[in-house]
Design a protein around this ligand. Structure first.
Ligand code: HEM
Length: 508
């Protein structure tokens, strides 16, 4: 009734009409003033986007058009931010509006829209999941997981000793083993573990379902209602199959953890702690289910990417490797491996790790953000719901910030080093993402990467592969496309350094 009161009160009616007209005129003025602002510059017309290392193509466009570029792909507005300043101004200072994720009908169809990486920022699950991730894996909480990571590093070293040529598989399994232990309390016993297999197959489907602009149904959501027999509806069958694998991947390890808890055998894992919490109800359990699956999903290939970049760089830069090994040998006795307490006494190793991050950021375009309102920046119009891609690779290869960016040089990150007088910006400010979406596992990633890299350096030498005539083969530096980008296959020789270390490593 109240809504209709202006119909029977002429004075109030006059004011209401006046107010309405002012409101409409203001909206029209605001919209038209925004419309007068141009979209950011960028290529127009039908685009041929390279699938591999597309961040290089965007960085090339940025040289032509400027740091903020705009283009349309399958009806979606895409904005790529190519400099530290643009990323800081928008994803940092305006993170309130720039921390959303794009909606994706495809991800809803495959049942992955509840994964933390995909949650909309207004979804109440978002802040709950971020809080839990912080409590379990952030800051000092990460120290609870040191033992699990150290155990998996030892297995990694033994595997590298036995079958060094399979280093890619061993490094991947090491990270997968740590995460399964920390999240579910589950010990991965073999290279062909059933739960790991299930989750890995889920990860592959996530990668292909998550590419922005890759699916027509994301641009035209009504297509979800076409019948499955309709020509071109193959995506529905694909989505149905993937939906089953999502359910399996996130439910099975959790059910296993629950049965361990009931039997009183559980390890003090992320899941154990959360399932024992006061807040537990069906909704909270569902949040835990998706969050734990997402931690695995987001935490394996990212770390693998950094580790493979490390191995590749060591085979290319023997002098860097020797200097890092000397630093470790000077402070770590030969009867033990480096531990987390050694970290602050290893400045060169820390600089080497920063250089690994800078040389090739594991997620070169982060995870796509979305902006929740119309905005203007530097006189350019940024439409609501645009997909925002921070080009981390372009930032860490900006020659004006990191001179000679294709050179792997840890001394960039050391103040007053004899080879480099000024310290260049810490790449950790970029490679873990931005604003409210900054990586929820970065402290855990840093722990795992430090322990793996320092232990490998202590125990092994990494050399280039040799051909049949004994000549060294220089590996190509090439990376895969995708949200997480890995070095393409390459070979190297991983050789144990000393007999003293053998005793500790292989017999323990
Ligand atoms: C070197 C290793 C890693 C790198 C470079 C990395 C990088 C990133 C980046 C760039 C994002 C997107 C941030 C944004 O959208 O602005 C992200 C998100 C995320 N990462 Fe990591 N990550 C790493 C390791 C890990 C690990 C080990 C875990 C878990 C154990 C993890 C869990 C997550 C989660 C859950 C998100 C989603 C956060 C959200 O959407 O709110 N990451 N990471």
């Amino acid at each position: 009734m109240e809504a209709l009161s202006w119909l029977i009160d002429p004075i109030s009616k006059g004011w209401t009409l006046c107010g309405l007209i002012i409101a409409i005129v203001s909206v029209v003025l605001i919209v038209s003033s925004r419309r007068q602002k141009p979209f950011p510059p960028g290529p127009r017309g039908s685009l041929s986007l390279g699938r591999k290392e597309i961040w290089r193509q965007y960085a090339g466009w940025a040289k032509e058009y400027g740091p903020v570029i705009y283009f349309k792909s399958n009806q979606l507005d895409i904005i790529v931010l190519n400099t530290d300043r643009a990323v800081h101004d928008l994803l940092g200072l305006r993170s309130k509006w720039y921390s959303d994720r794009p909606t994706s009908t495809m991800l809803q169809l495959v049942g992955q829209d509840k994964a933390l990486t995909r949650l909309r920022s207004q979804d109440p699950r978002f802040s709950i999941s971020r809080r839990i991730a912080r409590e379990e894996m952030g800051g000092k909480a990460v120290l609870r997981h040191v033992e699990a990571v150290e155990t998996s590093v030892k297995v990694l070293l033994k595997n590298l000793f036995s079958t060094p040529a399979e280093f890619r598989k061993h490094i991947r399994n090491a990270q997968s083993r740590s995460i399964m232990k920390v999240i579910y309390g589950y010990t991965v016993e073999s290279d062909d573990d059933r739960y790991v297999r299930i989750i890995e197959s889920w990860m592959q489907s996530n990668n292909s379902a998550a590419r922005p602009g890759a699916w027509l149904v994301d641009s035209y959501p009504f297509l979800r209602f076409i019948p499955h027999w309709f020509p071109g509806a193959g995506f529905k069958k694909y989505a149905l199959e993937r939906r089953k694998s999502t359910e399996e991947a996130i439910s099975k390890p959790l059910s296993w953890a629950k049965s361990e808890i009931s039997a009183g055998r559980a390890y003090h894992s992320f899941v154990l702690k959360q399932l024992s919490s006061q807040e537990l109800d069906a909704e909270h359990e569902d949040i835990i289910k998706f969050l734990s699956g997402t931690m695995y999903l987001a935490g394996v290939d990212t770390v693998l990417s950094a580790m493979l970049t490390f191995v590749l760089a060591m085979s290319l830069e023997p002098e860097v490797q020797k200097r890092a090994q000397k630093e470790i040998d000077d402070i770590v006795d030969s009867d033990r491996l480096p531990n987390i307490m050694d970290r602050e006494r290893l400045p060169y190793v820390n600089a080497l790790i920063k250089e690994v991050y800078r040389y090739h950021p594991p997620a070169p375009l982060a995870v796509p953000h979305s902006v929740s309102r119309h905005d203007t920046y530097d006189g350019m119009f940024i439409p609501k719901e645009s997909i925002i891609l921070p080009n981390i690779w372009a930032i860490t290869h900006d020659e004006s910030v990191y001179p000679n960016p294709s050179k792997f040089d840890p001394t960039r990150h050391l103040a007053g080093d004899k080879t480099n007088s000024t310290m260049q910006p810490d790449p950790r400010n970029f490679i873990f993402g931005f604003g409210r979406r900054v990586c929820a596992g970065m402290d855990f990633a840093e722990l795992a990467i430090f322990l793996q890299i320092s232990s490998i350096l202590a125990a092994f030498n990494i050399f280039k592969e040799r051909d049949a005539e004994g000549r060294e083969i220089v590996p190509e530096v090439e990376y895969t496309g995708g949200i997480v980008s890995l070095p393409e296959g390459f070979g190297c020789r991983i050789v144990p350094r000393s007999e003293a270390k053998d005793v500790v490593l292989w017999d323990s």
